[in-house]
Design a protein around this ligand. Structure first.
Ligand code: CO
Length: 283
């Protein structure tokens, strides 16, 4: 049975299924935000999910490429990825760990699987930066799994907190004053309820990793993204099976967006400048 909330909780506005795509050196993925179905969801520019135990689908990885003007967030559920950049920074991202990279004025980096077989599963999210921060120095917030708190609830549910604060008061390690993001990886026990306050003016979505969840009268199935209406909180219910999902929210920037591949600026001229700077070796 589902409950209808009239208390300002967010409802399901629409469902996005994502499209098969390929990026980097032939990595097969599903593009959920950043596709014709959902071009962007301010401040989120792109959401890719990858999941395969066939190395042919991921072994090519994402060789050296540039970014400017936004943030890339890599979060893994299975497998390992090695990250390297033009500033000499290098590290391995592991399941439950996160790399939140502020590309700012520009960085060249590569993200390669740190495995030759086995399951690789995870997400890359692009979060826009406001005009005032697009040309800042690049920076990282990188946290291994032991630094991203795993909240254990009485009903057996688990919440991995990357960014923001849960209803029970657990805070994630990533801080971001631009879009004040909430990024939770929630594993609900069968039939469990979930309640999370979300700033009323922030945009929020749910991506179901496993199982099925009910939001008000509607349900969201595995591998579906649900765009939520505005509201004060998110209320949902797992079906009679366990469910796992991401809940992501952030403050919309409400600025013009000009995209050019790996560069996301406010105007076309700024995107052209990014290509010129990159071609002149100024990254
Ligand atoms: Co990249």
């Amino acid at each position: 049975m589902t409950t209808s909330y009239s208390d300002g909780s967010r409802q399901l506005q629409h469902i996005v299924n994502g499209m098969a795509a390929s990026d980097g050196d032939g990595v097969r993925l599903t593009r959920i935000i950043g596709s014709p179905q959902l071009n962007m969801f301010d401040p989120f520019l792109l959401l890719d999910t990858f999941e395969s135990d066939n190395p042919d689908d991921y072994i090519g990885g994402f060789p050296t490429h540039p970014h400017r003007g936004f943030e890339t967030v890599t979060y893994l559920l299975n497998g390992r990825m090695r990250h390297k950049d033009s500033a000499g920074h290098e590290g391995v991202i592991e399941p439950g760990g996160v790399q939140w990279m502020t590309a700012g004025k520009g960085i060249l980096h590569s993200e390669m699987p740190e495995q030759e077989n086995g399951l690789l599963k995870g997400f890359q999210l692009w979060v826009n930066l406001p005009a005032s921060a697009k040309m800042t120095e690049p920076k990282y917030q990188e946290f291994p799994p032991r630094s991203t708190p795993l909240e254990q609830r009485e009903d057996g549910s688990l919440v991995r907190v990357i960014s923001g604060t849960t209803a029970l008061g657990t805070s994630g390690p990533v801080s971001n004053d631009y879009t004040l993001p909430l990024y939770l990886d929630v594993q609900l026990a069968a039939g469990a309820e979930f309640h999370q306050p979300v700033d009323t003016d922030h945009n929020a979505f749910i991506y179901v990793i496993e199982g099925q969840v009910a939001i008000g009268e509607h349900s969201l199935a595995e591998k579906q993204l649900g765009v939520l209406t505005a509201g004060e909180s998110v209320q949902l219910l797992a079906s009679d099976q366990p469910a796992r999902f991401l809940l992501v929210a952030g403050k919309p920037l409400n600025e013009p967006v000009a995209r050019g591949g790996p560069f996301v600026m406010n105007t076309k001229a700024e995107v052209m400048q990014a290509f010129e700077d990159f071609n002149n070796g100024n990254f």
